[in-house]
Design a protein around this ligand. Structure first.
Ligand code: CP
Length: 324
């Protein structure tokens, strides 16, 4: 079975194929009937052991737009709260016959374990594991950047070569940052991380990116600035930065945003903490793509499901045409 566990596993050609396929999938959303028959008769389980709004809902929307049968599982209210293991949960799903599992888990490595354990014979898609990876988030972010910085049609077949992308904030706990650094590097972009030293991981020097502690110097040369949430739930209390100090040095407000080039965009994976890493003025500005990223997430997840379960590019074009 093929899986999507880490953005680091994707080649440039894999990533560009997913972005191009997502552009085709986005056209389905523009139609009066937003459905393709591609995954009819296939069953996809959304297995969420951690909270989610965007990822869970957009995977479900993507699966339904591809006509899959969808089973939603959340740990809360399941036998996991009685102590059932991932292995026994997986074997229960296997007994019901599923074709793909979309998994979010608090433990880094849980999707890899599921994909390689033999507990279940299904495609595994990582929807976020601990502080490790969130590959479909990185793909939807790259899709959003390519559309905004290269163009919807002009971007087809293109990567992000020569673009400067800045990620700001709690890199230490961020699977979004890890996935984005991996994918953006593969796509040819220059990445800069801006964070307080206490919120950078050990070994960050080996990542394929620059590191800076000075947001004001980085903003004027950025084509996209992605703000990261401070993940207090993954921090020991002693490491909490004070909100005022953090916002003063690493928050994006209107004054700072105006130092960015005119074409540059502000991104955020969500959920946002307004007043901490981003002010309401910036979050609600036309330059902020946070809502667009959610829309693009459905197209990306359709593309990933389609490419893993459904077939190849010519068949996609065929499927798209036959339902027009
Ligand atoms: N960006 C993201 O993963 O959001 P959720 O936690 O709401 O899914």
């Amino acid at each position: 079975q093929r899986h999507l566990i880490s953005a680091a596993d994707l080649t440039r050609d894999d990533a560009v194929l997913i972005l191009d396929t997502a552009e085709e999938m986005a056209r389905v959303a523009d139609r009066p009937i937003k459905k393709l028959p591609t995954l009819r008769g296939r069953t996809v389980v959304n297995l969420f052991f951690e909270d989610s709004t965007r990822t869970r809902i957009s995977f479900e929307a993507a699966e339904k737009r591809l006509s899959a049968d969808v089973i939603n599982f959340t740990a809360k209210g399941s036998s996991v709260s009685k102590g059932e293991s991932l292995k026994d949960t997986a074997q229960t799903l296997e007994a019901m016959g599923v074709d793909a599992v979309v998994i979010r888990h608090g433990a880094s490595g849980a999707p890899y374990r599921l994909a390689t354990s033999g507990w279940i014979d299904a495609h595994v898609i990582n929807a976020g594991d601990g502080t490790h990876q969130h590959p479909t988030q990185a793909l939807l972010d790259a899709f959003t950047m390519r559309r905004r910085l290269v163009g919807r049609d002009a971007g087809l077949g293109q990567d992000l070569s020569g673009r400067h992308i800045t990620l700001v904030g709690d890199v230490l706990h961020s699977r979004v940052a890890r996935s984005n650094v991996d994918l953006l590097h593969t796509l040819g972009a220059e990445v800069t991380l801006v964070a307080p030293p206490t919120l950078l991981p050990v070994g960050v020097e080996a990542w394929p990116c620059e590191v800076s502690y000075d947001l004001d110097r980085t903003l004027p040369k950025s084509d996209a600035v992605m703000m990261l949430r401070v993940q207090r739930e993954r921090m020991k209390a002693a490491f909490f930065p004070t909100e005022r100090e953090y916002s003063r040095r690493y928050g994006l407000d209107g004054e700072r945003m105006r130092r960015m080039p005119d074409h540059a965009i502000v991104m955020h994976p969500g959920p946002m903490v307004r007043g901490m890493e981003i002010t309401a003025e910036v979050a609600d500005s036309e330059r902020c793509t946070v809502v667009e990223q959610v829309t693009n997430g459905v197209s990306i997840r359709m593309a990933v499901l389609y490419l893993l379960l459904g077939g190849n590019e010519p068949a996609l074009t065929h499927a798209a045409r036959t339902t027009e």
